[in-house]
Design a protein around this ligand. Structure first.
Ligand SMILES: *[C@@H]1O[C@H](CO)[C@@H](O)[C@H](O)[C@H]1NC(C)=O
Ligand SMILES: *[C@@H]1O[C@H](CO)[C@@H](O)[C@H](O)[C@H]1NC(C)=O
Ligand SMILES: *[C@@H]1O[C@H](CO)[C@@H](O)[C@H](O)[C@H]1NC(C)=O
Ligand SMILES: *[C@@H]1O[C@H](CO)[C@@H](O)[C@H](O)[C@H]1NC(C)=O
Ligand SMILES: *[C@@H]1O[C@H](CO)[C@@H](O)[C@H](O)[C@H]1NC(C)=O
Ligand SMILES: *[C@@H]1O[C@H](CO)[C@@H](O)[C@H](O)[C@H]1NC(C)=O
Ligand SMILES: *[C@@H]1O[C@H](CO)[C@@H](O)[C@H](O)[C@H]1NC(C)=O
Ligand SMILES: *[C@@H]1O[C@H](CO)[C@@H](O)[C@H](O)[C@H]1NC(C)=O
Ligand SMILES: *[C@@H]1O[C@H](CO)[C@@H](O)[C@H](O)[C@H]1NC(C)=O
Ligand SMILES: *[C@@H]1O[C@H](CO)[C@@H](O)[C@H](O)[C@H]1NC(C)=O
Length: 436
């Protein structure tokens, strides 16, 4: 193994500087102020540290005060774990995945006690995340039960969240038990058909707000659309694609900002739009359109996915001028749902990259590397051998939690977009894995 001393590292610098600048070949798609990092350690090292990061997260399942996330954040963690195995052609985490996904299928808490539908609680977005996790498990490990659970969530949300013509006629979501949340058939002259309620409205606990919650959200609709698109791709059943189009076209009618990013939700009673703008809403939208465009050979859909991808990678709403996502930054010792939003953007850029033109693929690859570069150098336990990652992707690192680990794993998975030639063929270990 070649280990560079500090002195030999110094002699290496002029050599690197003499190479043509990587920035010369930067794609025009990303802002010119963005950095263009390059790997300084081998691909094998990167996979090895990354495997340790996954192992580290799994180790948090152990102990009485388990820090492995539960609920939707946990389901995103299992998604990443299965995706790692799928991409690495391994079954390293199969046993643990199966144990915990099976456990979650029958213990999602909340409204499960009322509906008894695997993976479904009171929130249709939670059910969507869980179904996508189960689908990832099916792709990685092949167990038909994982596909069956995902299909059952699709049917469940179709019946307890998706707005059908019968709901518009009735003036409320027919299949929920409390018919007292008024639904406007049209808002701003546009039909509400196809939106997906955030909650499924079981009456088991009035404090859950279920049937009393009038919000129809981008996240529940986007997840349903993406789930439908993926089920359509995997099963070949066109019905899933049709429903997915209906849900995503509802988002088109109500929640697209002038710049193409996605607003958060609309109150189905008052028609009021909430203009919060998060990474994961744009992410699900571009992911669903990317898959639908590919499966149904729809160039319009692929172009929408491409435009939202480009806007997401360049918007100052959540990117620093170096290109690092700062959404969800905050007190690093505290949890917050938004910590895991940004990683959903990385996951969905990764998802659609294969169907994009080469200049967009190159931009996505570089954007992923920028996140990894910042995580490694400013938000990890050791830039030369990063295993644990923290909350603020822009730094600085103090501590990792199960939730911050889940978010970082999406970036580690997406590094597969780099060709082998992006990594130096050396055994260097005494410098940061990636630098500029
Ligand atoms: C949890 O602890 C047990 C017993 O020490 C060990 O066999 C298992 O591998 C650990 N699981 C994880 C995920 O670290
Ligand atoms: C993992 O599954 C076990 C049941 O086998 C359960 O006791 C534990 O709470 C689960 N942990 C998480 C974080 O889902
Ligand atoms: C809906 O109806 C139930 C039963 O009448 C009532 O308890 C609840 O407060 C109502 N919810 C709203 C938001 O009006
Ligand atoms: C939705 O709009 C209705 C009617 O204006 C209002 O009473 C209700 O408080 C709103 N709900 C939320 C969650 O904003
Ligand atoms: C392609 O997607 C666009 C945008 O949703 C839609 O308007 C159009 O009908 C779709 N075309 C087909 C053939 O599905
Ligand atoms: C990217 O460039 C555009 C146009 O110059 C600018 O408006 C935007 O703020 C830049 N984004 C970031 C994250 O720096
Ligand atoms: C994390 O980010 C927040 C928001 O930008 C900032 O207030 C905080 O100081 C950062 N924490 C650390 C440890 O850098
Ligand atoms: C961050 O949160 C911890 C734990 O809640 C708290 O003790 C600490 O004072 C907070 N730090 C800041 C800078 O607010
Ligand atoms: C790390 O943080 C410092 C100080 O905030 C900042 O100047 C630098 O650009 C950051 N580096 C990376 C790799 O994000
Ligand atoms: C890296 O190390 C491995 C194992 O020690 C060795 O087989 C390989 O030849 C080394 N590669 C280089 C480029 O030095």
């Amino acid at each position: 193994m070649v280990v560079f001393s500090r002195k030999s590292l110094m002699t290496l610098i002029p050599l690197v500087a003499a190479l043509p600048s990587k920035r010369d070949s930067s794609p025009a798609i990303l802002n010119s102020s963005y950095v263009n990092p390059h790997f300084q350690q081998s691909c094998d090292n990167v996979w090895s540290y990354s495997t340790d990061s996954f192992q580290y997260l799994l180790s948090l399942l152990n102990g009485t005060d388990s820090d492995f996330p539960t609920g939707w954040v946990g389901q995103n963690g299992w998604t990443n774990i299965a995706q790692w195995d799928y991409q690495q052609h391994s079954k390293l985490f199969y046993d643990q995945y199966k144990i915990n996904e099976t456990y979650y299928a029958y213990n999602p808490t909340g409204c499960y006690a009322y509906w008894h539908n695997p993976l479904a609680d009171c929130y249709n977005d939670d059910a969507g995340w869980a179904a996508l996790s189960s689908l990832e498990g099916y792709e990685a490990y092949g167990d038909p039960v994982f596909l069956a659970w995902a299909e059952s969530v699709f049917e469940f949300v179709d019946g307890h969240g998706f707005i059908h013509q019968s709901d518009l006629d009735a003036g409320y979501l027919v299949d929920t038990k409390w018919p007292n949340t008024t639904l406007q058939a049209t808002c701003n002259g546009q039909s509400m058909y196809g939106g997906v309620y955030w909650m499924n409205g079981a009456p088991m606990d009035p404090n859950q707000g279920g049937a009393g919650d009038p919000d129809v959200n981008a996240v529940s609709s986007g997840l349903f659309a993406l789930l439908g698109a993926e089920l359509c791709r995997i099963t070949g059943d066109q019905v899933y694609c049709d429903r997915a189009y209906e849900a995503i076209q509802w988002i088109d009618r109500f929640l697209v900002r002038p710049d193409g990013l996605i607003y958060d939700h609309i109150n189905g009673t008052s028609c009021e739009v909430k203009d919060w703008t998060f990474t994961y809403n744009a992410a699900l939208y571009l992911g669903a359109y990317g898959v639908l465009g590919h499966i149904t050979s729809n160039q319009t859909a692929l172009d929408i996915a491409k435009q939202v991808a480009i806007t997401s990678m360049n918007t100052p709403v959540w990117n620093t001028d170096q290109g690092v996502i700062f959404e969800g930054a905050g007190n690093v010792t505290q949890g917050n749902d938004a910590i895991g939003f940004k990683s959903v953007l990385i996951r969905n850029l990764h998802r659609i990259s294969q169907w994009m033109d080469s200049d967009v693929q190159e931009a996505i690859r570089q954007y992923v590397n920028i996140q990894y570069w910042s995580l490694v150098n400013n938000d990890s336990n050791n830039p030369n051998m990063p295993i644990q990652y923290g909350r603020n992707w822009t730094g600085t690192y103090e501590v990792s939690t199960g939730q911050t680990m889940v978010a970082a794993l999406d970036v580690l998975n997406a590094l597969i977009l780099n060709p082998q030639s992006a990594f130096p063929d050396t055994n260097v270990t005494n410098m940061p894995v990636i630098g500029i």
